[in-house]
Design a protein around this ligand. Sequence first.
Ligand SMILES: Nc1ncnc2c1ncn2[C@@H]1O[C@H](COP(=O)(O)OP(=O)(O)OP(=O)(O)O)[C@@H](O)[C@H]1O
Ligand SMILES: [Mg+2]
Length: 383
Amino acid sequence: MIITLKKTAQEQVIVNKLYEELFKSTIDIIVEDFRGSGYRIIKEYTRGASLGIKRAVLFDETKFFIKIVEKVARENQVYDNRFYRDNKIFLNKIEKYCFHPGVLVLPFYEGKCLDEFLFSSTTSLSNKIGKIQYILNTTLDLFWLQNIKRGNNNLIWAENYIKGRMDSLINDIDSIEIDDKTIPAADFLSMSVRYLSAGKKYDLPPIKKMVEDVIILFYNYRPQFTSCVTADFQPPNIITSDDGFKHIDLSNSEANGDIAIDIGKFFNFITRFYRVSFLRDGVKLGNALKPIFKVNQHNLSLEIDIAKGNNFKNVAPYIEERFALKAASLSGDFHLIDRITLYKFVVNLITIRRHLNYRGLQDLLFANLIDSYAEIYDKILNI
Ligand SMILES: Nc1ncnc2c1ncn2[C@@H]1O[C@H](COP(=O)(O)OP(=O)(O)OP(=O)(O)O)[C@@H](O)[C@H]1O
Ligand SMILES: [Mg+2]
């Protein structure tokens, strides 16, 4: 599959220059505080889809993490919110160095990103599962169950958000080439999907219809309250160390959100999205998975076994179910379990646009989306 995008803006160069100026000013302020001891950039972070400055910088013997990217102003506000401040699962920003809304300065937290830990070949599966459970349980107690506000959570934002993402997908994609056929985006999204996965066969609706179905399903599973979320709750945004862990990357956080989005995003990552994430960041995976897309007449067919070679394939459903049940009973929200499944589809949908510039990942992104609809089919629609 080759996706051709409509022309994109080339404004990043100017923005980068501004970011460098802000970085220089930040350094000047910190250096002065450290009595002019100088500084050294010890690591430049290029992972992730956001462009901008993410640097670990050493001043005398103190390390800071400096972040100057598009959505930092919002992240700065989140760090001021009482549900995030002085909470041991987050870092406290260093107020006096965040002199500009576009500059976030955090203490540097020594550790490893959770995705690296979970997909390392030298750590045992039971260690990995223990870590997952510890992080989920601690986050539940100290964060997700805090700030529960009774009342209808109408999820209107979800509908608008999903529709907006779908529209931008249709608008931004010019055409899709599969085998020798060139298909306009709107036609591609309107083709029925036959999905073959690990010996199972699904006859699924067109992607456009899947999106409509999911929006309707959300209305059946509305929660009766809102709660705190990071809304980007995935292993690359969790740093683990021997004494604990910290959640970072709060630019999408919401004090009145839906817990299910965080849990869904987490499990979608460890069972599907990790491949996209690692390939995007140039980390080689032992076993490559190649989705096979074919088009015949007005149907699209996909063949792939997403779970193949995934260490978590047998345990993830149980960890998810057990944890979701616990969270559901503590919050009294028994639709939580189904919403988690729905959000996996949503996160796969909303991430597609962001990654379309990565040529080799396009097939996998659509395969993830279709596979997450198949999960909805198995768990919600087909019972
Ligand atoms: N305080 C910190 N201490 C140590 N490392 C950090 C810290 N904050 C971030 N990092 C490292 O930098 C990486 C990128 O940071 P972050 O997740 O905040 O940005 P991002 O994913 O690029 O941003 P966004 O998702 O907002 O586009 C993290 O994966 C982590 O490895
Ligand atoms: Mg991140």
